[in-house]
Design a protein around this ligand. Structure first.
Ligand code: NAD
Length: 432
């Protein structure tokens, strides 16, 4: 049987648990998701036939607040993957110190094969199944791979109809007219960008010398590429599920975003069409992109991209994990030994959930912030937590991932301990 992503994910707890001051009980609790909901979603297709889709929602831990995490529509979605993603959300919310636990959801479906109306029926059907499992004070979904603001709008609307109560705070990443937050769209990429800006301050490099490759030119990947390009970094390679393109001189990212939006494919850049004549690019595979000799590699697609099969071929000295779980634990250990700096997913992509938190706050107070306010608050949190984790890494002479987990565990552990643990009841803490 293929290795379990969840089992691989929770391995990180062991190493971080040694450094963190938390109780072994806390680690044990985090090895087990709090609750799992598995559903079947019947959808009437456009041809009149009925199709049943499998869906999942996992709430991993709610000690620090209601659980929070995206919903993914993808053909490979399975319970094991959703459990891993929910675990990462618990750690991510703790790393950036926002008052949420972790959750995740998913439906096993290729949304590209559905019509618009079928997609809407599926989205509403999923919420029909989940309505008693989620809620603004219980569990708050958001977008993830192949789900977007429009889908979040349908889902919020479905939930509000079931509860007969307007409930914008049940879901984040909504369209702006339905209570979405300004600045949510680019928050994940922007959060990663703020991490890179902090590293830039420490390393004092010249941006024009820094060559960057981005795997996955979706929501998260496009925005980090755009912001870095704006600051003079050279984005020499980008990719989507169809393949990668490479240009030694660096791409003009706004033009690529335009092409991708129009054609939905980066391939249009190097096949035919007017842009081909304007943009010089060489076609690569996604595997080749990962192995390029660049200064910063940004995996921003799916998990398990850097594995024992290709870890020896990775040449970038800095990896910024915008995707969740792009590096397996075995590859991670080897890359750390080689001195490669990995800004781990639970920190690098935490900008998304941070602005989701801002959206939830705004929905609850019914008062909305400007885009500048959102960006400013995001920058404060991302810069502060990047530096907290970086300093912990230096203090303990460990890799940045271990430092990030240690930081998260300290926060989760102190919340769990505050509620009482074995040691507390045995008078072994609080001075006896
Ligand atoms: P998205 O659906 O907008 O984009 C995904 C991109 O990856 C698409 O361009 C797709 O073509 C590409 N892709 C798919 N399979 C690929 C492959 N095998 N190789 C290369 N590219 C491939 O999704 P997104 O929201 O940008 O999410 C990307 C990653 O970031 C995921 O791991 C997600 O969990 C993580 N993430 C996203 C957010 C967010 O707010 N969007 C927040 C945190 C983490």
């Amino acid at each position: 049987m293929a290795q379990s992503i969840f089992e691989d994910a929770i391995k990180r707890l062991d190493k971080a648990g040694e450094l963190s001051k938390i109780d072994a009980e806390v680690i044990e609790r985090l090895r087990h998701p709090k609750a799992i909901m598995q559903v079947s979603i019947p959808v009437r297709m456009d041809d009149g036939g009925l199709k049943i889709f499998d869906g999942y929602r996992v709430q991993h831990d709610s000690t620090r607040g209601p659980t929070k995490g995206g919903i993914r529509f993808h053909p490979d979605v399975n319970l094991d993957e959703v459990k891993a993603l929910a675990f990462w959300m618990t750690c991510k919310c703790a790393v950036v110190g926002i008052p949420f636990g972790g959750a995740k959801g998913g439906v096993t479906v290729n949304p590209k094969e559905l019509s618009h109306l079928e997609l809407e029926r599926l989205s509403r059907g999923f919420i029909d199944r989940l309505a008693d499992f989620i809620g603004p004070d219980i569990d708050i979904p958001a977008p993830d791979v192949y789900t977007n603001a429009m889908i979040m709008g349908w889902m919020m609307n479905a939930y509000s109809s079931i509860k007969r109560q307007h409930s914008p705070a049940v879901i984040t990443g909504k369209p702006i007219p339905l209570g979405g937050s300004l600045g949510r769209d680019d928050a994940t990429g922007r959060g990663a960008y703020y991490c890179i800006k902090e590293l830039e301050k420490r390393r004092k490099w010249n941006n024009a010398d820094i060559r960057v490759a981005v795997q996955g030119f979706g929501n998260a990947g496009q925005h980090v590429a755009r912001l870095l390009h704006h600051d003079g970094y050279k984005i020499v390679a980008v990719s989507d599920s169809q393949g990668a393109i490479y240009n030694e001189e660096g791409f003009d990212i706004p033009s690529l975003m335009h092409v991708k939006k129009d054609t939905r494919k980066l391939k249009a850049v190097y096949c035919h069409g007017s842009l081909c004549e304007q943009v010089k690019a060489e076609a690569l595979s996604n595997e080749e992109l990962l192995e390029l000799k660049v200064d910063i590699l940004i995996p921003a697609a799916l998990e398990n991209q850097i594995t024992p099969q290709n870890m020896a071929k990775i040449q970038a000295p800095i990896i910024v994990e915008v995707a969740n779980g792009p590096t397996t634990s075995e590859a991670d250990a080897m890359l750390a030994e080689r001195g490669i700096l990995i800004i781990p997913d639970i920190l690098a992509n935490a900008g998304g959930v941070t602005v989701s938190y801002f959206e939830w706050v705004q929905n609850r107070q019914g008062f909305y912030w400007t885009e500048e306010e959102v960006q400013q608050r995001l920058q404060v949190i991302m810069s502060r937590e990047f530096n907290n984790v970086y300093e912990l890494m230096e203090k303990h002479s460990v890799d940045m991932r271990t430092a990030a987990y240690t930081h998260a565990l300290d926060r989760i552990g102190s919340a769990i301990s505050a509620g009482g643990t074995y040691r507390y009841f045995n008078n072994k803490t609080n001075g006896g």
